[in-house]
Design a protein. Structure first.
Length: 269
């Protein structure tokens, strides 16, 4: 006997349950899409971390050298900075200049907060001189003994013989008013920073203040080889080497004039 299968309709409760499951699945997929979109928006909203002060300084130096020396920024190479150096962020635009004769050292200064440092740079791929020029430069050049800095000289430093030395310098690149004798820098101080081996010029130095107002100084009258008298007098004004200043004899109250000859030493006039 053949058995006939009959279709029994799904009960209403079972049908409602299936529709409910379908709705839950669709809503879950929609919520998942919204969550992913929200997560991507949150990631995209994360701010980009700005460059460090050291990186900003290096970029500013590269841009400045490229602009002032008319070279490509890619050709400017910075010497590695001391890893112990802590560069502070500058609230104002960085100021840059060339404190020395060579263009390889850049001085970077910040006004707020106040600081300065030196950065060594080099420019790769400089155009070589034409062959004709190279031959001309290979010819012997005339040199002259001039006074150069033996050590780094800082502004305001009082000079002695240990700070300078005589060195041969090509006369074709000789700066104006170059000094040639050690005696020219005695009792003097530098008015700008000077790198080692840089020729010293008359405008780089000035006489040092050797006598200060209110100090007791030794005044000598007469010739050192013959008759000479000395007295202690009070300086009435500051004096640099070779300047005439007013002096006062405390005992007599008399006003005198003297020529500054050394530290707390004057020659009576």
């Amino acid at each position: 006997m053949n058995t006939v299968k009959t279709f029994t309709p799904m009960k209403p409760s079972m049908q409602m349950l299936c529709r409910l499951l379908d709705q839950v699945t669709i809503r879950g997929l929609w919520l998942g899409a919204v969550f992913c979109l929200s997560s991507w928006t949150a990631v995209a909203a994360i701010p980009v971390i700005s460059a460090t002060p050291a990186a900003a300084l290096q970029k500013a130096v590269v841009d400045w050298v490229a602009q002032t020396q008319s070279v490509a920024a890619e050709s400017v190479v910075l010497a590695p900075m001391d890893p112990r150096l802590q560069v502070k962020a500058c609230a104002s635009p960085l100021a840059m200049d060339l404190p020395f004769a060579s263009p390889d050292t850049i001085r970077v200064r910040c006004a707020q907060p106040t600081w300065q440092l030196y950065v060594r740079v080099s420019v790769a791929g400089r155009v070589a001189a034409p062959s004709g020029q190279a031959k001309a430069e290979s010819a012997p050049v005339e040199k002259r003994q001039v006074l150069v800095a033996a050590v780094p000289l800082q502004r305001g430093m009082s000079l002695t013989e240990a700070h300078v030395r005589l060195a041969p310098v090509d006369t074709s690149g000789m700066p104006a008013n170059v000094l040639e004798q050690v005696s020219q820098i005695l009792h003097s101080e530098v008015v700008r920073d000077v790198r080692p081996d840089t020729p010293l010029r008359s405008q780089d130095i000035r006489p040092t203040v050797l006598v200060k107002r209110g100090q007791m100084v030794l005044m000598s009258i007469g010739q050192a080889q013959g008759f000479q008298i000395s007295a202690r007098v009070e300086a009435q004004q500051d004096g640099r080497y070779g300047e005439q200043i007013k002096l006062k004899n405390r005992d007599s109250g008399r006003m005198l004039t003297g020529l500054v000859k050394g530290p707390n030493q004057v020659q009576g006039l």
